[in-house]
Design a protein around this ligand. Structure first.
Ligand SMILES: Nc1ncnc2c1ncn2[C@@H]1O[C@H](COP(=O)(O)OP(=O)(O)OP(=O)(O)O)[C@@H](O)[C@H]1O
Length: 383
């Protein structure tokens, strides 16, 4: 399946979607100060599917979530859960579990009462509440903390309680808005693993996961919806978006790709020879999206080269290109080396080299891009 929003905004199964956004537009403010935070947004999420809304700050991700949860009202368009149109329902009657970045726990209520609160708001029978709270806390491994106040918990523990509170109502749909953003890097990693386990434990729950962190989207989502300036720009499986980015924006947003201008030469199936400066490079030419022209010889495009696909040596080798080191940053397990490559005056390439690699600034090196590792990306419609 190709990642064109116009051609494939459909969930993988043919069942009724758990979540439907049908051409939703949200406008904040009025008159001259009115601005569209979400424009003509359509998306369907299948039962049991996790879709990540990924995009930079201000691109409209949270607004989409709020429109579904009922915290903002669309100026046009409809939202549905299954066959039920919920556009006009108050939030508490939508039966959606919501988890936000700031935990939003009541500071004066103990953990068990924070979780029970949502159940009372959803009018769950008093006799059922105790068992539901116990189940939800055990799902997030927080049973031992039921009698604590939020201030007696770490950030990660508070976020688990917030997730338990959302799960206790047994929602068919769970919305998570940057749930890990307030946590430190180590905790974020372990919570990410726990969220993966939670997802496996809830095979029928559809999840919409808002993040600006591509690694969270790749780790958790069945499909990724890339947002930009209030619009959905690309939608596909995480694998497909990574391997065959449909746009330069998505290529850059998912993993800091090097985007090198090229001219398409000979194309055979999914292989292409392209000229980059005065060099020929063998790259992958993914099938174009439905309705788009093929990669015609002479077309201007970009080659997306991931930083880990570049090797750097002190001496020249077969097919290597001379370059100059302009910066190095040690990142722990890798060193990012930035390179000015001969014949490409306007491009700096980032290479991620394993371990701690020492290169003097301005030193001459030889760069090799393994044949076939770069992928062609269309510049049609790109800014
Ligand atoms: N209540 C509001 N009133 C006016 N404008 C708003 C309001 N909430 C959001 N916006 C604006 O709408 C746009 C989209 O905001 P939104 O919060 O949906 O973006 P986002 O992609 O979730 O960003 P972030 O990752 O920073 O949370 C932004 O320009 C924002 O400033």
């Amino acid at each position: 399946m190709r990642g064109s929003v116009s051609s494939t905004p459909t969930p993988p199964s043919s069942t009724t979607p758990a979540i439907t956004f049908d051409r939703v537009t949200v406008t904040y403010g009025r008159g001259r100060s009115a601005s569209e935070a979400l424009s003509d947004f359509s998306l369907r999420v299948a039962p049991g599917e996790t879709v990540a809304l990924l995009g930079p700050s201000g691109s409209g991700k949270s607004t989409a979530l709020k429109a579904l949860a009922g915290f903002v009202r669309p100026s046009s368009g409809r939202v549905r859960l299954g066959d039920r149109d919920i556009t006009d329902l108050p939030p508490a009657r939508r039966g959606i579990g919501v988890v936000v970045q700031s935990y939003a726990l009541f500071p004066h209520l103990r953990v068990r009462d924070n979780v029970a609160f949502g159940l009372r708001a959803h009018r769950v029978a008093r006799s059922e509440i105790g068992d539901r709270v116990t189940d939800a806390l055990s799902m997030v491994s927080m049973s031992a903390y039921a009698d604590r106040l939020p201030r007696e918990l770490s950030g990660g523990q508070q976020q688990r309680v917030a997730i338990a509170r959302a799960l206790a109502i047994r929602p068919g749909v769970l919305l998570l808005d940057e749930p890990l953003a307030a946590l430190d890097a180590a905790l974020r990693q372990s919570m990410l693993t726990e969220l993966q386990q939670l997802r496996a434990a809830l095979p029928d729950t559809a999840m919409l996961y808002v993040t600006h962190d591509q690694s969270e989207a790749l780790a958790l989502a069945d499909r990724v919806a890339v947002m930009r300036d209030a619009h959905l720009v690309d939608l596909d499986t995480a694998d497909a978006l990574w391997a065959r980015p449909p746009s330069t924006f998505t290529a850059a947003f998912l993993g800091g790709a090097n985007l090198v201008p090229c001219t398409v030469g000979r194309v055979s199936g999914t292989s292409a020879l392209v000229s980059v400066g005065d060099r020929m490079l063998s790259v992958t030419a993914p099938p174009r999206r439905v309705g788009a022209p093929d990669w015609a010889p002479g077309t201007s495009a970009m080659v997306c080269i991931r930083p880990h696909e570049i090797t750097v040596a002190a001496t020249s080798g077969h097919g290597s290109i001379r370059a100059r080191v302009t910066a190095t940053v040690w990142q722990g397990s890798t060193t990012r080396v930035t390179l000015a490559v001969d014949g490409l005056p306007d491009v700096l390439l980032d290479a991620d080299l394993p371990g701690r690699t020492e290169h003097d600034i301005d030193s001459a090196v030889w760069v090799t891009i393994a044949p076939g590792t770069g992928v062609l990306v269309s510049t049609n419609g790109a800014p």
